[in-house]
Design a protein around this ligand. Structure first.
Ligand code: DC
Length: 243
């Protein structure tokens, strides 16, 4: 069977990663979560004190971050976790899968992802990962900038309220203590979702936008099982058409 590149782009918290991971597992492809790579760089910048805030606005020490990138001080990799059946993200050899999903990283990742030198570095790494094809990659610019010639491009969206509710439910499910649960606030999550949409769609370098040849999926009213079936059929049809 011919191996292809499947690019899944779309808004944050619309279930792209779940769809992409499930599809990769089903068809035996490699799955790459590019959002995790931007999150790992953000975690690195936070830990090193390169992000400060002034009146709620993130100020980034770009030259310090760029110097570290140039000195190859940031290495991001994925390792398949047989327990979860999914890849975990590593930053300089340390597993950071939990840390990169926390609110502090979510609130700071969009300005980091807007930096052209960060995008150049991660885009090159992503292109390298897809060299052999047989890959499902999810992100914001996969079908437009990373793999403009991908054989299958999907653009996923859902209303911001639906996405915020899903994110809230996911974080609530992961919260271990009552304190962690009490700290979750739907309105704050909705604000974060809408702010990220705005920054991701308006940045100068590789903004989030639908590729002309992408198939659009609005999953506001779909279950995970329905999406899974829809995506598998679309993939099988595309692969057969190319064979
Ligand atoms: O998919 P996610 O929410 O984990 O992505 C985190 C952030 O990274 C999101 O705000 C946009 C950015 N991102 C990007 O700019 N380009 C990508 N290919 C993937 C993610």
């Amino acid at each position: 069977m011919k191996k292809i590149i499947i690019a899944i782009d779309g808004h944050s918290s619309c279930g792209k990663s779940t769809m992409a991971k499930d599809l990769a597992k089903e068809i035996g492809y490699v799955y790459v979560d590019t959002g995790a790579m931007y999150r790992a760089v953000t975690l690195y910048a936070l830990r090193n004190g390169y992000i400060s805030h002034n009146d709620g606005v993130a100020l980034i020490d770009e030259s310090a971050l760029q110097a570290d990138i140039n000195a190859s001080k940031i290495s991001i990799s994925f390792k398949f976790n047989p327990e979860t059946g999914r890849p975990d993200t590593y930053l300089n050899g340390e597993k950071v899968e939990t840390e990169i999903r926390q609110m502090e990283v979510s609130s700071n990742v969009s300005p980091i992802a807007a930096l052209p030198f960060v995008r150049t570095l991660l885009t090159q790494q992503q292109q390298e990962m897809g060299k052999e094809k047989g890959i499902v990659m999810d992100g914001r610019d996969i079908g437009t900038a990373v793999f403009p010639n991908a054989e299958l491009k999907i653009f996923v969206t859902a209303s911001s309220k639906v996405r915020a509710q899903r994110r809230y439910d996911e974080l609530m499910g992961k919260a271990k203590t009552q304190e962690e649960k009490d700290a979750l606030n739907y309105d704050e999550i909705l604000k974060n979702v809408e702010e990220r949409d705005y920054i991701d769609s308006h940045r100068e370098t590789a903004p989030l936008k639908q590729a002309e040849d992408a198939v659009v999926l609005d999953n506001s009213n779909m279950t995970i099982a329905e999406q899974k079936e829809w995506l598998l059929k679309l993939t099988q049809d595309r692969v057969s058409a190319l064979a």
